[in-house]
Design a protein around this ligand. Structure first.
Ligand SMILES: Nc1ncnc2c1ncn2[C@@H]1O[C@H](COP(=O)(O)OP(=O)(O)OP(=O)(O)O)[C@@H](O)[C@H]1O
Ligand SMILES: [Mg+2]
Length: 246
């Protein structure tokens, strides 16, 4: 179980403190699939990075299975089974796709079959990619899918995906959605997916709308989706209603 308790993150800007995350408290139960959505700049990535240890909160606590991990680094959190796929994945010159998947899996060697299974789940053919370097020669969509495959290879207990749909074509997106659905049905991992896609939002046990560094609204997809979809003109009714209520 993941618990965030009064989590805040502020940066100093022009001599004053700017709140990026403001007093966020939430619990994600084991095996749940939670989707964070909301406007650009709302704080979703910062929240995800705080859970992974890439951003150090200025206040509050993060508990993973009852253990306070607020002060732990990325490696220690990874050892506890937490993984995060970047919104814009880094590239690694000199490292092949096979190396990346092997490193992620924690094994000394990963069979071609196994690599193939992970790559197929993100719609890639192992024959075409296993020996390619994870460098600038890969397209944006390819590098994104390879990173998602590496998270699958890690077989973590908490998987955080930051806009997995970004840059991914429609055919691969359908495959990816299916993969998330299967992972969730298998029940082995807790998943947090940051997404703006209706298809992914509809898979969630709970949808959390993050705006202005706060949890603006939360509920089941069937409750939240109509409100998001109706927000085609002007201000978002969900955000403004909730903002006024706070
Ligand atoms: N170190 C920083 N210094 C100043 N501002 C920052 C810093 N880190 C994040 N921000 C700001 O905090 C806000 C939240 O950023 P974040 O990347 O978490 O948003 P997001 O919800 O993931 O947005 P998107 O949907 O565009 O990915 C943005 O306005 C961003 O510019
Ligand atoms: Mg983001």
């Amino acid at each position: 179980m993941l618990e965030l308790k009064h989590l805040s993150y502020a940066v100093q800007e022009g001599g004053s403190s700017l709140g990026i995350l403001n007093d966020i408290s939430l619990t994600v139960g084991d095996g749940k699939l939670v989707v964070f959505t909301g406007p650009n700049g709302g704080g979703k990535t910062t929240l995800a990075k705080s859970i992974m240890g890439l951003v150090t909160p200025t206040a509050g606590q993060i508990l993973w299975n009852g253990k306070d991990i607020t002060g732990l680094g990325i490696t220690e959190r990874a050892k506890l089974g937490i993984s995060y796929g970047f919104q814009q994945p880094p590239r690694f010159k000199g490292l092949t796709v096979r190396d990346l998947l092997t490193l992620a899996s924690g094994n000394e060697r990963l069979s071609k079959d196994r690599c193939c299974q992970y790559l197929t789940r993100v719609g890639l053919c192992a024959n075409d990619y296993l020996d390619r370097e994870v460098d600038a020669s890969l397209s944006g969509g390819e590098v994104k899918r390879i990173e998602i495959a590496s998270i699958l290879a890690r077989q973590g207990r908490l998987m955080i995906f930051d806009e997995p749909e970004a840059g991914i074509d429609l055919w691969s997106f359908a495959r990816l959605t299916e993969t998330f659905e299967q992972l969730h049905a298998a029940g082995g991992a807790t998943m947090i997916i940051i997404s703006h896609q209706e298809r992914i939002i509809s898979l969630a046990d709970e949808v959390i709308v993050v705006g202005e560094g706060r949890l603006r609204h939360r509920g089941a997809p069937e409750e939240i989706l109509p409100q998001i979809l109706s927000d085609t003109l002007g201000g978002c009714p969900v955000l403004t209603k909730e903002a006024n209520a706070l």
